[in-house]
Design a protein around this ligand. Structure first.
Ligand SMILES: O=c1ccn([C@@H]2O[C@H](COP(=O)(O)OP(=O)(O)O[C@H]3O[C@H](CO)[C@@H](O)[C@H](O)[C@H]3O)[C@@H](O)[C@H]2O)c(=O)[nH]1
Ligand SMILES: O=C(O)[C@H](O)COP(=O)(O)O
Length: 323
C-alpha cells in the first residue's frame, strides 16, 4: 500500500509524529507565545488513567515543559478514576462540578465542553483515557501541525486500530463505527473529507478559538461535529492529520456502538439542515433475546443535546473563571 501521504486525492495536510521533534515544537511554541492544555475526558477509567496521565506528566509537563496544563475531566465516574488521575499528576475536575448553574449532562462532549471553563491554553489537545497502546508522541505529533502551520485549526490523529477478541489483540480491524459509518458518510456527503483516516479519533488538537465558538454535542458526536465545523469554516486547509502509529483501547459492545452511530447520523442530519428528523428526540430500537427465548425490542434514547457556543455565555467571558 502507498503511504497515505502519496495518495492522489486531496488530503488534509498529512504528516507523521516523527516529523515533529521536541526541540522544534518548543521553539515554535515559544515563538507563537501560546499555552497548551491537554484534556483527558474520563468515565470509569481507573485501570488506564494513571498510565496515560503519568507518562504525559513526566515527559511533557515536568521534563519538556511543552504542556502547560494537564487536566482530567471526570465524567460521572463511579470508580477510582479521579483519585488515580490526581495521584498520577493531573488537575482533576468533575464535569458536573464545573459551573453547576449551567446544569450537568452525561457524555464525552459535555466533558470536553466543560473543559473550556477550567483551562486557559490557546491550544487544546484531547486524549482518551482508555488507551493501552499509545505514547506521548500522540501529543507531540498533534502539536506539530498546530504549532508549525498557522492555518491548521484542527489536527486529527490517525493510527492502526488494534481490535481485541476476548481481551486479546486480534488484528487491525478495530474502529467499527469509523469503518462502517463515519468514513462512508463523509465520502458520500462531504467527499472532500474522505481523505481523513480517522475522523472519529479521540486524540485531536484544536484551537480554542474554534472550539469555544461552536455548538458542541454533549455525547459522542463531538468529534464529527468539530470536523464538520472546521471544514465548513476553514476548508480542507484548516485541517491536518498525523500518523501516530498504533492505538489500542477498550471496546464497547456492538449495541452501544450502534447507539453511537445513530448519534453521529443525527449530527450529520443537523449539519445538512434536515431538522424534520429532529422534531422528536431521536431513538433507536434494538433487539435482544430474553431468557424465555423471545426476542424483544429495546428502545434507547439517542443522546442529542447540544451545548451552546461557550463564547456566548457570560460565565465563560468572566475573568475570574477564565484566562
Ligand atoms: O460519557 C462519557 C463517555 C466516555 N468518556 C470518555 O471519552 C473517551 C472515549 O470514550 P470511549 O467510550 O472509549 O469511546 P470509543 O468507543 O473508543 O469511541 C471512539 O469514537 C467516539 C465517537 O467519535 C470518540 O468520541 C472516541 O474518542 C473514540 O475513541 C474515554 O476516555 C472515556 O472515558 C467520557 O468522558 N464520558
Ligand atoms: O472509532 C470507532 O469506530 C469506535 O471507537 C469503535 O472502535 P472499535 O471497533 O475498535 O471498538
Amino acid at each position: 500500500m502507498q503511504p497515505v501521504t502519496r495518495a492522489a486525492w486531496p488530503l488534509p495536510h498529512t504528516s507523521h509524529s516523527g516529523d515533529w521533534p521536541l526541540a522544534g515544537l518548543l521553539e515554535a511554541k515559544r515563538a507563537a507565545g501560546v499555552a497548551v492544555s491537554v484534556v483527558i475526558p474520563a468515565r470509569n477509567e481507573e485501570k488506564t488513567i494513571a498510565g496515560v496521565v503519568g507518562a504525559l506528566r513526566r515527559e511533557l509537563v515536568d521534563r519538556a515543559g511543552l504542556v502547560d496544563e494537564l487536566v482530567v475531566i471526570d465524567s460521572d465516574s463511579v470508580d477510582g478514576t479521579a483519585a488515580r488521575a490526581r495521584e498520577a499528576g493531573a488537575t482533576v475536575h468533575a464535569a458536573r462540578g464545573i459551573l453547576p448553574e449551567l446544569g450537568a449532562l452525561p457524555g464525552k462532549g459535555e466533558a470536553l465542553w466543560k473543559s473550556l471553563f477550567v483551562t486557559t491554553g490557546e491550544i487544546l489537545v484531547f486524549i482518551d483515557a482508555d488507551l493501552t497502546e499509545w505514547g506521548v508522541h500522540f501529543v507531540t505529533g498533534l502539536l506539530g501541525p498546530m504549532l508549525h502551520l498557522p492555518r491548521a485549526q484542527l489536527v486529527k490523529g490517525f493510527y492502526d486500530r488494534v481490535s481485541t477478541y476476548q481481551g486479546q489483540a486480534a488484528g487491525l480491524e478495530g474502529g467499527r463505527v469509523t469503518e462502517l459509518l463515519a468514513r462512508p458518510l463523509l465520502n458520500l456527503w462531504w467527499p472532500e473529507l474522505g481523505g481523513l483516516v480517522q475522523p472519529l479519533a479521540g486524540e485531536w488538537a484544536v484551537r480554542r478559538s474554534l472550539f469555544e465558538s461552536m455548538e458542541v454535542p454533549t455525547g459522542y458526536g463531538v468529534e464529527l461535529a468539530t470536523v464538520l465545523e472546521a471544514h465548513a469554516r476553514h476548508g480542507l486547509a484548516g485541517l491536518a492529520q498525523v500518523d501516530l502509529g498504533a492505538r489500542a483501547h477498550s471496546h464497547q459492545s456492538i449495541h452501544d456502538l450502534s447507539l453511537m452511530a445513530t448519534e453521529l447520523l443525527a449530527v450529520a442530519d443537523r449539519k445538512r439542515n434536515r431538522p424534520a428528523a429532529q422534531d422528536a428526540p431521536p431513538h433507536l430500537v434494538q433487539f435482544s433475546r430474553g431468557p424465555d427465548g423471545a426476542v424483544r425490542p429495546i428502545r434507547r434514547d439517542v443522546p442529542s443535546a447540544v451545548r451552546p457556543k461557550a463564547t456566548g455565555l457570560a460565565a465563560y467571558r468572566s475573568k475570574e473563571l477564565h484566562r
